[in-house]
Design a protein around this ligand. Structure first.
Ligand SMILES: Cc1ncc(COP(=O)(O)O)c(C=O)c1O
Ligand SMILES: N[C@H](C=O)CCC(=O)O
Length: 446
């Protein structure tokens, strides 16, 4: 494939944009290809190369790159009315009503502009509401580029995971392993009077894809209640993807106190949101005392896109389609790996999928499945399911980035270049697209 133009654009970008990209994950080695436009399930780069896309904007693009007609019309109409006003509009209320009607735990919602802003606001709200300082997060979880959660290490040896964050901030963040009830129980007992919230992705979506073991979230819910801490579900990825319009909380039957949203809820435009019980969400200013604000929040074009997207998903076979293709790609990949690379693991659920390049000597290999995880039940090698971030981090990251990703790209398949980021099928993908992808996958492993 020729990448002359992308290469030249990257050289230009490097001198005016740090690292040549506006989000770190896009800095693909040796250089990213620059996208010119989307077309259904495909993207076309600046040199005219066409790729079948499973990155899907890192999650927001439920329909792929062509908006269904009602969504396109809603966006165009909102944009042509004037971009934004700094005053409320009806469509914000419409979208808030839609979300509160469908998502079990959400009675009230505040819209912001990114998933990061949503988790920042949710953490502040939890601290303000409870009058406590500490939050518990999951090792390998990700909640955006925010000070309170860019923390690594264990709960008693935590440190900021980025330069520029004071050690003092990390002191208030307690990471525990996902799916480990005992570890959580111990940390909650030790800090019980100062824990404002447990913040958890219902399915880890940024460190491979790790599903909760049976009843894990139920236990987390009960433990939070015991000490008066809030349970915050970060549904920035899973929201309106896993479990359809009820989100992952509907699928798992859990009522968190707060939920953060992003990605799909804005129909492909910049968005975030914090929803939950009225008595908590009403603590946001101006109704309450927890400051929250934003020039672009509830942006009319985003709100129109989000509402039309969710309405279209409610009225059409969108979730049936993407989930069926998710099953097709996961089971096809499992079949290919079974006799070619049985040490590798296919993970995911609904329309999310990923292959974890687990090492052959990984401790998580075992003959009998004991994880009880809620991974896609068609998994034939259940024993291999990763249970937490550490299980995934022992993957052959280098093999993914240096061999697998470029090989798939050369065959016209655009996957996430990072071993740990989720991949998605969209409403624009077809069974034929999946078959083509599986052929490319098979060629690599052969
Ligand atoms: C679970 C989760 N929370 C929060 C974020 C932050 O969202 P954003 O990138 O829109 O700030 C992301 C992804 O970026 C995410 O995957
Ligand atoms: N891990 C992020 C979201 O899921 C990737 C998107 C980004 O930060 O650019």
């Amino acid at each position: 494939m020729n990448h002359k133009r992308s290469r030249a654009l990257y050289d230009r970008a490097l001198s005016v944009i740090p690292g040549g990209v506006n989000s770190s994950v896009r800095a693909i080695r040796p250089y990213p290809f620059f996208i010119e436009r989307g077309d259904g399930a495909h993207v076309i780069d600046a040199d005219g190369n066409r790729y079948l896309d499973y990155v899907m904007g890192y999650g927001p693009l439920l329909f792929g790159h062509d908006l269904p007609e009602p969504v396109r019309a809603a966006v165009q109409s909102a944009a042509s009315d004037g971009p934004m006003y700094g005053a409320p509009t009806e469509v914000e209320v419409d979208l808030a009503e839609f979300v509160t009607r469908h998502v079990p735990s959400v009675e009230m919602i505040r819209f912001v502009n990114s998933g990061t802003e949503a988790t920042v606001s949710a953490v502040r709200l939890a601290r303000g509401y409870t009058g406590r300082n500490k939050i518990v997060v999951m090792e390998g979880g990700y909640h955006g580029a925010q000070e309170s959660t860019l923390v690594e290490g264990s709960h008693d040896a935590q440190r900021p995971s980025s330069s520029g964050i004071p050690q003092a901030f990390a002191r208030h963040t307690l990471p525990v392993p996902f799916n480990d009830e005992e570890a959580l129980r111990a940390v909650l007992a030790e800090h019980r009077d100062d824990i404002a919230a447990v913040l958890v992705e219902p399915i880890l979506g940024n460190t491979g894809i790790v599903a909760p073991v049976d009843d894990y979230h139920q236990t987390v819910r009960e433990l939070c209640d015991e000490i008066g801490a809030l349970l915050i579900f970060d549904e920035v990825i899973t929201g309106f993807r896993v479990g359809g319009l009820q989100c992952a909380q509907g699928k798992f039957g859990i009522m968190p106190d707060l939920t953060t949203f992003g990605k799909i809820i804005g129909g492909g435009f910049p968005v975030g949101a914090v929803g939950g019980r009225t008595e908590i969400v009403e603590e946001f200013t101006p109704a309450g005392e927890v400051f929250q604000s934003g020039t672009f929040s509830g942006h009319p074009v985003t709100m129109a896109a989000g509402l039309a997207t969710l309405q279209f998903a409610a009225e059409n076979d969108v979730y049936d389609h993407v989930n069926a293709l998710g099953d097709q790609i996961r089971s096809g990949m499992r079949d290919i790996l079974a006799d070619r690379a049985p040490e590798y693991t296919v993970v995911g659920t609904d329309s999310m999928f990923k292959t974890i390049f687990t090492r052959a000597d990984s401790e998580i290999q075992s003959d009998d499945c004991e994880t009880g995880c809620q991974q896609d039940r068609s998994c034939t090698r259940f024993s291999d399911c990763p249970k937490n971030g550490s299980d995934v981090q022992c993957a052959e990251t280098d093999r993914w980035e240096r061999l697998f990703w470029p090989a798939m790209k050369e065959q016209g398949i655009f996957l996430t270049a990072n071993q740990f980021e989720s991949q998605f099928v969209s409403y624009a993908h077809t069974e034929t697209d999946i078959e083509e992808t599986l052929e490319a996958y098979k060629m690599f492993f052969e």
